[in-house]
Design a protein around this ligand. Structure first.
Ligand code: PLP
Length: 636
C-alpha cells in the first residue's frame, strides 16, 4: 500500500540501510531525495536527483557514472589521519606513506585527484604491469613519494623503472618471482643504476574473504622464506645487499576479518626483524592492500562486509609492528599501505533509469466470479481461501495454497483441466500470495516462510545498464553493491523488485541486495508512474568495476561526470567523459565504419530497385543508419 501518511524518510533510510553502508557520504533530504556529502557528514550535501536532472539537461544521458572528487580526497585524508593517530598513540618512530594501487581505478582523472590529494602525505603509486608503469612514470612527479613496482617484470619494465631514478622518481622493484632478481642485477649493472629492491613475502597464512587465496603458501605471487634467503645470498655476492629497502606482503583484497590481517602482520613482522639483521637499509614494510569496504553495512565478516573499521586496521598495523620490532630490537620501519578499494570505492555512483517492468504475478482476480464459473475443486478452493484470508490464518493459508497449486498443475499437465480454469487458478494463487504477504507485514513475528514471500512476488524492472559493463563483480563473484531509488523516498516503496539489464543475457540481472542479515533477494521500490522517470543508483562502485567491465552485447563505457562541490554547495562539472559511441565499440571488434555504410547503401539500393522502398525512404533510412554510429550504446 502506498502510505505517504505513515511512511517517512527515516523509514526509507532504515529500509535501504543508508547509514549502515554510507560511511557518512550518503543520506536522504526532506524532499525524499538521496544526497551526497563529498566532504563527509559535516560537509555540504548535493541532491542526487537534482544533480542527475541537471546532467540530463546538459544532454548527457543515463546511465551516468558520477564521480565525486571530494570523496576521493576525503578518503585519503581519513586514511592518513587513522595512521597518524595510531602512530601518536603508540609513540611509533617510523612514518606512514600511503600508496594508491592504480589497478583499482586507472582512469587518469581519478588518479590525478588522488595524486593531488596525497601530495602532502607523500602518497605513492603502485603499479602491477608495464602499461601501468608507463602511465605512472610520466605523471608521478612527487619526489617524496614512492613508486612501487609490483607484478611480473621483464628487462624493459626494469630498465624503465631504473632510469626513472635519474628523473627523480623513487621506484622500488618488488621481486615477485626469484627469476626477476637476475634480470634486475643484469639491467642495473648495464645501466650503472643501483636498484631499490623489495621482497614480496609469500605468507603461510591465508587471508579471509573472497580473495583469501591471494595469500598462503600456494599464492600466485611472492617468495618463500627460503627464496628470500637465497636472494639475499645472491645480492651479498654482488655487493648489492644495501639495495634491499622493503619487505612487502598482500594478504588479499577485501579482508573481511581483522584476525587474518593480524596473523599476516605477525608473520611478516618477524620476517622483517630477522631480515633487518642482514640488510641494513631495509626500512619499509609494505602491508599491501586489503582494507575492506562495508558494502552491505552489516559490519560482519560476511563477504561483502568487514568486521573492523579503518581506525582499528591502522591501530593494529602500527601496534603489531611496534611490538615485534621493539622485541626484536630493530628500528620501527616506515609503513606503506596499498589500500585501493577503501580509497576509491565510495567516490563513484552509477545512476540508471528504469525503462519498464514485467510483473508475471499480477493478474486481475475476482474470487466470487471464479466460484460462480469454475467447477474445478482445486481452483474453487483457491478462490475460497482468498475470501477467507485473515491475518490470523496467513501461514496456514500459504501452506494450503501451495498444496492446491501443485494439485492444479498436476491436473492441468495430465490434460484434465481447461486452460481457462488454469488461468483462474493462477490468478487466485498469486492474489493469495500477494494478500498473505501484505497481511503478514503487520504480524508481530514473521515466520520464515512468510518472510520469504516478497522474493517470490518480485516485479522485474528493466533498467538502462549493462551489469557486465558497469557492475561486473555482481555477475562474476556475486558482489553486493548498495542500490536505492534516488527519489520518492517520502513514499513507502510498495513493490519488491529485481533488476534486469538491457543485455540479452539472463545473467544480466541483479537479484541480491544489501541486508544486515544475509542477502535480500529483492529490492523494495516504488510503482512506476506513467511519464515520470524513475532512477536507481548503485553506490560504492568506484573500485575495480570500470576496468573489469566488458562489452557484452557491445554496450560500451557509460558517460561519466566528475563533480566538484564547493564549501557553499555550488556544483561544478569539472570533467565530462562521454561514453563509447556505437562507432567506437564496433571499431573495437574490427567493423570498419565506411565498409558497413557502403554495404548498407548497397542493400538499400537493391531494395529501391526491387520496389520495396522508395528512393526518398532509402535516403531517410540511410541517414538514420549513419547517425546511429555517433550515438550512445545505451537507450536514449
Ligand atoms: N596491492 C596488491 C599487490 C594487490 O594485488 C592488490 C589487489 O588485489 C592491492 C594492492 C589492492 O587491494 P585493495 O583494493 O583490496 O586494497
Amino acid at each position: 500500500m502506498n502510505d505517504i501518511e505513515t511512511w517517512n524518510i527515516a523509514k526509507s533510510k532504515a529500509l535501504y540501510g543508508i547509514e549502515n553502508w554510507g560511511a557518512g557520504y550518503f543520506d536522504v533530504n526532506s524532499s525524499g531525495h538521496v544526497t551526497v556529502a563529498p566532504d563527509g557528514i559535516n560537509g555540504p550535501k548535493v541532491d542526487l536527483y537534482e544533480l542527475i536532472n541537471s546532467v540530463i539537461e546538459r544532454d548527457i544521458s543515463p546511465p551516468v557514472l558520477l564521480r565525486f572528487n571530494g570523496i576521493l580526497r576525503h578518503r585519503v585524508r581519513t586514511l592518513y589521519a587513522a595512521f597518524q593517530n595510531a602512530i601518536k598513540e603508540h609513540n611509533y618512530n617510523g612514518s606512514y606513506m600511503p600508496a594508491f594501487p592504480i589497478k583499482v581505478n586507472q582512469q587518469k582523472p581519478v588518479v590525478d585527484v588522488l595524486r593531488q590529494a596525497g601530495k602532502e602525505f607523500s602518497m605513492g603509486l603502485e603499479v602491477g604491469s608495464k602499461p601501468e608503469l608507463i602511465a605512472v612514470l610520466a605523471i608521478h612527479d612527487n619526489p617524496d613519494a614512492l613508486l612501487i613496482c609490483n607484478g611480473y617484470k621483464d628487462s624493459e619494465y626494469i630498465e624503465l623503472a631504473l632510469i626513472s631514478k635519474k628523473v627523480g622518481r623513487q621506484p622500488i622493484l618488488v621481486i615477485e618471482k626469484l627469476s626477476e632478481l637476475a634480470t634486475i642485477i643484469e639491467v642495473s649493472q648495464r645501466l650503472n643504476i643501483a636498484p631499490d629492491i623489495g621482497f614480496r613475502l609469500k605468507l603461510s597464512g591465508k587471508g579471509a574473504g573472497r580473495w583469501e587465496r591471494s595469500g598462503g603458501e600456494r599464492a600466485k605471487f611472492g617468495l618463500s622464506i627460503g627464496e628470500i634467503l637465497s636472494a639475499i645470498n645472491t645480492l651479498r655476492s654482488e655487493s648489492l645487499l644495501d639495495s634491499v629497502k622493503m619487505l612487502h606482503f598482500h594478504a588479499g583484497s577485501q579482508l573481511t576479518s581483522i584476525d587474518s590481517l593480524k596473523k599476516a602482520l605477525k608473520e611478516a613482522g618477524q620476517v622483517y626483524v630477522q631480515l633487518r639483521q642482514h640488510c641494513e637499509n631495509l626500512s619499509f614494510i609494505d602491508v599491501g592492500g586489503g582494507l575492506g569496504v562495508d558494502y552491505d553495512g552489516s559490519k560482519t565478516s560476511f563477504e561483502s562486509s568487514m568486521n573492523y573499521t579503518m581506525e582499528e586496521y591502522a591501530r593494529d598495523v602500527v601496534w603489531i609492528l611496534d611490538d615485534i620490532c621493539d622485541n626484536g630490537k630493530v628500528p620501527h620501519p616506515n609503513i606503506v599501505t596499498e589500500c585501493g578499494r577503501a580509497l576509491a570505492a565510495y567516490h563513484s555512483v552509477l545512476v540508471f533509469n528504469v525503462l519498464g517492468k514485467a510483473n508475471t504475478f499480477f493478474h486481475e482476480c475476482n474470487p466470487e466470479e471464479v466460484l460462480k464459473t469454475s467447477e474445478e475443486s482445486s481452483v474453487r478452493n483457491l478462490a475460497q481461501l482468498l475470501l477467507d484470508l485473515s491475518p490470523k490464518n496467513c501461514q496456514e493459508t500459504l501452506h494450503d495454497a501451495m498444496q492446491l497449486r501443485n494439485d492444479m498443475l498436476s491436473q492441468f499437465n495430465l490434460g484434465f483441466m481447461s486452460i481457462e480454469d488454469r488461468a483462474w487458478g493462477d490468478a487466485c494463487y498469486w492474489a493469495l500470495l500477494r494478500s498473505i504477504s501484505e497481511k503478514a507485514q503487520k504480524l508481530f513475528y514473521l515466520p520464515e516462510d512468510l518472510e520469504r514471500l516478497p522474493s517470490l512476488l518480485t516485479d522485474t524492472y528493466f533498467c538502462n545498464l549493462s551489469v557486465f559493463q558497469s557492475l561486473p563483480d555482481v555477475w562474476a563473484i556475486h558482489q553486493i553493491f548498495p542500490i536505492t531509488p534516488i527519489n520518492r523516498l517520502k513514499e513507502e516503496p510498495n513493490r519488491p523488485v529485481v533488476i534486469a539489464d538491457i543485455t540479452c543475457d539472463s545473467d544480466g540481472k541483479i537479484d541480491r541486495f544489501a541486508d544486515l542479515r544475509d542477502v535480500k533477494r529483492y529490492l523494495p521500490a516504488h510503482d512506476l508512474r506513467p511519464g515520470e522517470p524513475y532512477y536507481f543508483a548503485a553506490f560504492l562502485v568506484g573500485a575495480y568495476q570500470e576496468i573489469l567491465g566488458d562489452m557484452h552485447n557491445l554496450l560500451g563505457d557509460t558517460n561519466a561526470v566528475h563533480i566538484e562541490v564547493d564549501e557553499d554547495g555550488t556544483i561544478k562539472f569539472t570533467n565530462v567523459v562521454y561514453g563509447d559511441s556505437v562507432g567506437e565499440v564496433l571499431r573495437f571488434v574490427q567493423y570498419d565504419r565506411s565498409k558497413l555504410i557502403e554495404h548498407w547503401r548497397n542493400a538499400l539500393e537493391r531494395a529501391v530497385i526491387k520496389g520495396s522502398i522508395t528512393p526518398v525512404e532509402s535516403a531517410e533510412i540511410f541517414k538514420k543508419y549513419v547517425q546511429a554510429f555517433d550515438g550512445y550504446t545505451y537507450l536514449e
